[in-house]
Ligand binder design. Structure first.
Ligand SMILES: Cc1cc2ncn([C@H]3O[C@H](COP(=O)(O)O)[C@@H](O)[C@H]3O)c2cc1C
Ligand SMILES: O=C(O)c1cccnc1
Length: 348
């Protein structure tokens, strides 16, 4: 049997380029380390992009959409129809991620992996529907292995389009009513933790609603059992857009494109992707700490320090997009500052 695409380990970011970039930072007209995380960002981007002077001119955003059968348990403050309605809003340019992408000069595409409500052909939306939403993960596996593998492959295809366009950064976003439940279920299985640590209000559940969500999640985990094998967990407890993001993150890294991870849901996908392919981890940056309370637990499981902490809790890739200006600034400082020698300034 031929091996699956995610089993191919991405090449490690280039350590020799990192050393050169680190040395260049010591030459710049500032006390060593005075630009803090912006220095580390430039060095890491250099190693990932394989050039001492990294660039951030062509960010790419793919938003994966999919519905969730678990919505029938009453786990979201919003009706399931909103997923397809928001896909139409993406096509019309009216969502938060449209505005952010426009401001950043980023390419934005939407991949529909399967909504319950049928969608007409829409500009900027790829119809890649695998099934009309997942099954109810509380009662039955969300997807078959084949459906999950197909969603992973759609993610890889998005990464291939990003690479063909010469993208220098990949952001994966998501839209799927109920997906904070799927993300919490998936991460609970992978981290072997009680879902109470990961369940939160999502789109705005009241405390009683969050308690009910915990009960639904415990039932899902009891059904699934203790199998933390990542493909099994992703298929059984995840969702189409979670698998799409996981495949895209691995595919981007395999093509030498750094990944900027968004909030709670994207981080759950990144956790699954790192379990599928551990060599992915050095390709990941984390845009922000979401207002969704379980995000901190996921970030620490990945040993990740997010760039921003603004209380965003939207998804769509928005928290990652909000951090792109910092990456651009890190690259510009690294490239454009004078060195001590250039400026005739004495070193320490
Ligand atoms: C209008 C609207 C736009 C959104 N954009 C992203 N989400 C976010 O909220 C959903 C997850 O929350 P829950 O699990 O509570 O349903 C996902 O679709 C996520 O992308 C939205 C939600 C709504 C209502
Ligand atoms: O952090 C996220 O990704 C998030 C949080 C709440 C709702 N939707 C997305």
């Amino acid at each position: 049997m031929s091996s699956a695409f995610w089993q191919l380990a991405p090449t490690a970011p280039d350590a020799a380029v990192a050393a050169q970039a680190r040395h260049h930072q010591t030459q710049l007209t500032k006390p060593p380390g005075a630009l803090g995380q912006l220095e580390a960002l430039a060095i890491t981007l250099a190693a990932q992009q394989g050039r001492v002077f990294p660039q951030l001119q062509r960010p790419w955003i793919t938003v994966f959409a999919g519905d969730h059968g678990v919505c029938e348990e009453g786990v979201s403050a919003f009706p399931q129809a909103v997923t397809a309605q928001m896909v139409a809003n993406f096509a019309a340019g009216g969502a938060a991620i449209n505005v952010l992408a426009q401001q950043l000069d980023a390419t934005l595409e939407v991949v529909n992996l399967g909504t319950v409500a049928p969608l007409p052909p829409l500009a900027g939306v790829r119809d890649a529907a695998i099934m009309p939403g997942t099954a109810n993960l509380c009662r039955t596996p969300a997807m078959t292995t084949a459906q999950c593998t197909a969603a992973l492959a759609e993610g890889d295809a998005a990464a291939a389009r990003a690479a063909d366009a010469g993208s220098d950064l990949f952001i994966g976003g998501e839209m799927g009513i109920g997906n904070t439940t799927a993300a919490a279920a998936l991460a609970s299985a992978l981290l072997a933790c009680d879902p109470a640590a990961l369940a939160g209000p999502g789109t705005g559940l009241a405390p009683a609603g969050v308690q009910h969500k915990v009960q639904v999640l415990r039932a899902a985990l009891a059904r699934h059992g203790t199998d933390s094998e990542p493909l099994a967990a992703l298929a059984s407890l995840g969702g189409l857009e979670l698998a799409g993001m996981a495949g895209a993150f691995i595919g981007a890294a395999q093509r030498g494109i750094p990944v900027l991870v968004d909030g709670f849901i994207a981080t759950a996908a990144a956790l699954a992707a790192c379990r599928l392919q551990p060599a992915l981890r050095p390709w990941l940056h984390f845009g922000h700490r979401s207002g969704e309370p379980g995000h901190s637990r996921l970030l620490s499981a990945l040993d990740a320090s997010p760039l921003l902490d603004l209380g965003l809790r939207l998804g769509e890739g928005s928290g990652a997009a909000a951090a792109v200006p910092l990456l651009k600034l890190a690259c510009a400082l690294h490239r454009d500052m004078a060195t001590f020698a250039d400026a005739g300034i004495s070193g320490a």
